[in-house]
Design a protein around this ligand. Sequence first.
Ligand SMILES: Cc1cc2nc3c(=O)[nH]c(=O)nc-3n(C[C@H](O)[C@H](O)[C@H](O)COP(=O)(O)OP(=O)(O)OC[C@H]3O[C@@H](n4cnc5c(N)ncnc54)[C@H](O)[C@@H]3O)c2cc1C
Length: 387
Amino acid sequence: MADTYWLEDDAPAWRSRPLDRSPDVAIVGAGITGCSCALTLARAGLAVRVYDARGVAEGASGRNGGFALRGGAMSYVHAREWLGAERAAAYWRWTERYLDRMAELGGDALQRVGSLRLAADDEERDELEVELQALREDDFAAEWRDRLPGRLGGRFPAAIFHPPDGAIQPARFVRRLAQASAEAGAEIRERERVDDLGSLDSAVVVVATDGYPSGLLGELEGLIIPTRGQMIATEPLSERLFACPHYGRHGFDYWQQTPDGRVLAGGFRDSALDSEFTADEATTPVIQSALEDFVADLVGRPVTVTHRWAGIFGLVPDLLPVVGRVPGHARVWVAGGYSGHGNVLGFACGDAVAQAILGDPDPLLRVFDPARLLQASSFDIPTETSA
Ligand SMILES: Cc1cc2nc3c(=O)[nH]c(=O)nc-3n(C[C@H](O)[C@H](O)[C@H](O)COP(=O)(O)OP(=O)(O)OC[C@H]3O[C@@H](n4cnc5c(N)ncnc54)[C@H](O)[C@@H]3O)c2cc1C
């Protein structure tokens, strides 16, 4: 059985050149965050070296659901309650701008086909109606759908269609970012784990490892909680059933159909919630068979599964990214903790941490300050995530 479908994509032929001096910035992690950060810094003329224990995009960035969604990991209603209406709107607009930039950079790795956020029952339908209202009040494009086609109709009472969203081939996108960074002068060292910050001779270090425990974050280590997500891919189906990424049950179930006709589905973490708080990148029979049954039901017949895989993402109890200096370590920065919503946020936060290092921090970084994780006295594990 094959592993992640996305990484089978042909990698572009690129090679990074070794730096001829010590790096100004060392980046640990060559996923979407690290590569986005590297691109911005290298284009600004800094000497950048990226390290990854594996290869480019071989962490969650090449193992995810392929949803490129605007906004944060929480619903827009919760964002307004928690951050205030003005900041929530600023946060959502900020991610929309980054989605536009991803479309400019990504070529055919990103299709702006929108996304469908489904209600699994009447209670969730009521929640989505409130969400739609909130989005419209702030002039965000969003459309109500209560006549869903085919087998979706009997199962989901309604949905919100989000026009700006997209379907991303995440490994292809990140490899293109890596290629662009290398062309801008960044050195990328694959299969080189960093075990000790003291071994890095750069003035600044960025830890961009999201849910994978790096051992480099001092007191913050473990506060971005490693969480496993599992996925399957079917063989190509002859019929086109899903025109865009679909997700429901507060993001616990998500699926899309790729251009070659496969259905890729993930989620069902809640069928074994406790065992999924782990950094062990293994699939389990309970979740894999739940996914397989779910897809068979969606499609209306048993399906042949060709790929099964797992990945690790970083969950943060307040569902906000963690971006900024690591408390107590003046030269060390972190960008991660996207709570299963890291395709657009990883790209955005990688750029934002780079801009902050260049002396131009975005005001939103005050909301993402890592120090808040050390101040909170008790956290509840949230149930609302995207992966
Ligand atoms: C199954 C699943 C489905 C998901 N679906 C979606 C989705 O549809 N949409 C969405 O927006 N988000 C989704 N996510 C979340 C998203 O994939 C991640 O948030 C995002 O990819 C994080 O990117 P990153 O670059 O920060 O980290 P990663 O891509 O995880 O990269 C971190 C890298 O750090 C490296 N590393 C760790 N420690 C060290 C060290 N000490 N030295 C050197 N290298 C090290 C690792 O090898 C790894 O390659 C999903 C996640 C999973 C697991």
